[in-house]
Design a protein around this ligand. Sequence first.
Ligand SMILES: [Zn+2]
Length: 169
Amino acid sequence: MGITIEDFYCLELGTDADYAKARRIDWSECEAIELRALVDAHKLIYRQEQEQDSNYVDRYVLNEIIVMYQENLRRIEIETYFLKAKGNPDRRIEFNAKLSQAKNRRFSEFIQLKKGRAVCPFHDGDNPSAFSVKNERGKCFVCDWSGDIISFVQQKHGLSFMDAVEKLG
Ligand SMILES: [Zn+2]
């Protein structure tokens, strides 16, 4: 966690701008916690629906919702990082460089692909063509996992978006 409102008072940071910034960081971090909980809760519902072999369309919609929450989470994690790095433009440049490096990493570095297909690392099973990679986006036709290389590394290693970028960049 970064600067909380409590920290702010203890540190006696001073100006209104500092206070606004601390509030904003505090808000962003709460928002991120909430989004992570939403992602987890929806993944759980997804797994339950899958076990009950429910309607494919319902699961598809559920998956879209998970992706939407994950994208919001990414945005907030980046925003929080930049807020904390304010007054240090080098960190922004450094991060953007790392992010583009991370985006350029290939699935084939992390998963053994045969003609763009692989065994999915995210569910039990040994179907060698369940997981497909097209235009550097992965998708499993069994568990419906989908995402880019950063999401893949996040999921595989249980990392936050920022930590995955750090690892890949
Ligand atoms: Zn899968």
